[in-house]
Design a protein around this ligand. Structure first.
Ligand code: FAD
Ligand code: MG
Length: 320
């Protein structure tokens, strides 16, 4: 970042996450409007409180459809579509399992296998029934719960970017606890760190981006340990257990942060090889995989730069 630009940082805690806003002018009022905007979306979408529009849908599971506001309907539609991709690891109806595991919340523990099997039967995305005309959502089976934890931050990050642009801001960055969206490009681009898994404040490397979102999802963010085994918060919708593969984290670089949020989960399910193959059809979306064996695999690097800072890691760049 060039030295003639001063950066002003504003922080808050929302959605159980540290929120950071960076601006290039001192504007406390704009920062509070941005935080209020995030809060409004949190109030609509949260499943961590008794009431929100998503909770209204969940409370009415197996009973009746619930009409919701347009943004909530659109986000659920998008989440359902991602859940219906072939062999998708993303599932918006994963709620009952998330609530049962409580990973990252008080009281987390490994549920009995029989309970997991029973809960799996009420997590089918096909049972989330959308009605375009009335803008309503109906969960067909009692006990079903929508959870937008793997997509909502991406959606909200995009809305913050749009809002900043509308307010005449040309340069800004919003970080919603690991979900980053940027507006414009300071001289030299935005530098975003790639975190080293299971280490506080250590970086594997640094990404340089302009007008792009950077979303990282990792097994090290929310997890607990029981009998020497680690259980993290990204669940495999096919088994009901945390996704278990070679990955420590996946970072997505994309124009829209909602794509980044969806694709981190999709790629977690695919792993490195299948993931890189799938991304060949999506040149607008690029990924950095970090494996448990300290490999950094870059699917392609057309829209960002990566600088390795920790030489214990090996980089494979598949850019063609
Ligand atoms: P991602 O990998 O993007 O998503 C993982 C999260 O998605 C999981 O935590 C789970 O919620 C869900 N999930 C798990 N497996 C799947 C799957 N296979 N498919 C789809 N979804 C899956 N945290 C708090 O501690 N307290 C709060 O009050 C709180 N409020 C929140 C309110 C909102 C509106 C949102 C969006 C999040 C909130 N969170 C809160 C954080 C939330 O619980 C998740 O931890 C967070 O969204 C995970 O985001 P991520 O980018 O780290 O992980
Ligand atoms: Mg996600």
């Amino acid at each position: 970042m060039s030295s003639d630009h001063r950066v002003y940082s504003y922080s808050a805690v929302l959605m159980g996450s540290p929120i950071l806003l960076k601006l290039f002018s001192h504007d406390e009022a704009l920062a509070s409007r941005v935080f209020r905007l995030i809060k409004r979306y949190e109030d609509l979408l949260t499943v961590n409180r008794a009431h929100s529009q998503v909770m209204d849908i969940n409370h009415a599971a197996g009973q009746h459809p619930v009409s919701v506001s347009r943004p909530v309907f659109e986000l659920i539609r998008c989440a359902k579509a991602a859940s219906l991709f072939k062999e998708s690891a993303f599932n918006l109806a994963i709620g009952p399992l998330v609530k049962r595991w409580k990973i990252g919340f008080k009281g987390d523990s490994v549920p009995p296998a029989a309970e997991i099997a029973a809960l799996l039967s009420i997590t089918r995305p096909e049972d989330v029934v959308l009605d375009e005309t009335s803008g309503s959502v109906f969960l067909a089976k009692a006990g079903m719960e929508i959870d937008l934890g793997a997509i909502a931050k991406g959606y909200i990050a995009d809305r913050v970017r749009d809002y900043l642009r509308k307010e005449g801001t040309t340069l800004g960055l919003i970080n919603l606890g690991g979900n980053i969206q940027t507006l414009g490009s300071p001289e030299g681009g935005w530098h975003v760190g790639l975190k080293k898994p299971f280490a506080e404040n250590e970086l594997i490397g640094s990404m340089t981006v302009e007008n792009r979102s950077v979303v990282t999802s990792g097994t090290y963010e929310r997890y607990f340990e029981q009998n020497g085994k680690r259980y993290h918060h990204i669940l495999d919708p096919r088994t009901g257990y945390p996704l278990d593969n070679e990955l420590d984290s996946v970072t997505i670089l994309s124009k829209e942060s909602i794509d980044g949020d969806i694709w981190t989960t999709l790629l977690y399910g695919m792993g490195v090889e299948k993931g890189c193959a799938a991304l060949r059809a999506r040149p607008d979306i690029e990924a950095i995989f970090v494996t448990k064996t300290k490999e950094v695999v870059i699917s392609s690097m057309h829209h960002f730069r990566f600088t390795l800072l920790d030489d214990r890691y090996r980089v494979t760049d598949n850019t063609v």
